[in-house]
Design a binder for this molecule. Sequence first.
Ligand code: AMP
Length: 433
Amino acid sequence: MSFESLGLHESLLQTVESLGYEQATPVQLKSIPIILEGRDIMAGAQTGTGKTAAFILPILHKLMSHQVNLKESDGSGDEIVSNERMPSEEGESVIIKALVLTPTRELAQQVYQSAVEYGKNTSVRSVVAYGGASINVQVAELKKGADVLVATPGRLLELIYKRVVNLRQLQVIVFDEADRMLDMGFMVEVQRILKSLPRTKQTLLFSATFNDEIHTLSKSLMNAPIYIEVGQKNQTAPKVEQRVYAIDNSRKRELVSYLIGSKNWKQVLIFTRTKQGADDLAKEMFKDGLKVQSIHGDKSQGARDRILTEFKDGVLRALIATDVAARGLDIPTIEQVINFELPYNSEDYIHRIGRTGRAGRSGVAISLVSPKEQYLLKDVEEVLGETLVQQWYPGFEPNLNEEEVSFKKHRSGASKKRAREKAIQSSKRTKRK
Ligand code: AMP
């Protein structure tokens, strides 16, 4: 269905048209009218479904209408300009109307860029703030005036405590990728932020997956929310072909380099579980003659931005990422995602493979599963609600007996469980910024 029927301002429709969006995506169709009505929503939508426009467009619409109303009550002209948002004076805090909270700086950047793009024919001003970058630059941007603030929780709290921003007149708050926000342990920060918000406001929660923790959070946050599901709960992105290769750990790197080289893949996203694993794999693949880089939280923001640009521009053939670093990446042209290792948190699998098959394109997600990782594959299948057929890649068949025997000898089921729990906990700790 087209955007025209959704009740958005003409200037937003023009923007959408100029971006070449012909049809609203399912999450946009369902969310936009409800958000315009002022209701709270809980939407099950992952990155790649067009969810950013699903909340940014109606927010822009509302802020524009608000500005026009103010103008009209002033009896002034018909040009849409904000006469409430002014550059703030020295020591004065900036009044924010709409807030988008994101778990990572990459996603914050991404959402901010979308807000600027979708708002280019309006006078609504958006600003972004996240940790790991100079707060002074962000404060200077905010002081020029901001209607929409896209921020990570930690940096937002700093801005609240320093009285740079004032959220008392907030109209809308969006929790983007709420599942990841909780997974990264941001609940305490979120609770603190909530104390700075007015009682009456609209709350929009977007999450790729839903679990009990999200439902508990939503109860404390929302007022009779409308549930929006696009497709099934915890569903993988449409049009992503999932392949699973059973392979020995020791031969994974060889197969990845072989696939990229022999099939001439040009923009491949590879996931490892750890930062060290990402760096080691990048070094080895580089020796195989492939231009690759790793990206993770230990790299400076400058280095991450540079690597991302190189990857987007096609200078790098593969990007090796941890789950956190890859969150929020919006590179619609990625056609192959490789799970070099399956994630400990099986819901991350859905986020990972959602990096491909974006906005209606097709994509392939390949998972390399060693005999030791079979239990992780079972967890993934449980989340997906389907069995993934395992294949052997000719020339890379696993030597099943050897690994299985040595594994059984070394680890009982209980110790395996403990090791995994430990890994999930430590990954949560290291993910937090
Ligand atoms: P998102 O799920 O917000 O990360 O969006 C994924 C990609 O889909 C982005 O590159 C958007 O530019 C694109 N997109 C969003 N809405 C539409 C639409 N209605 N038609 C085509 N592409 C879209």
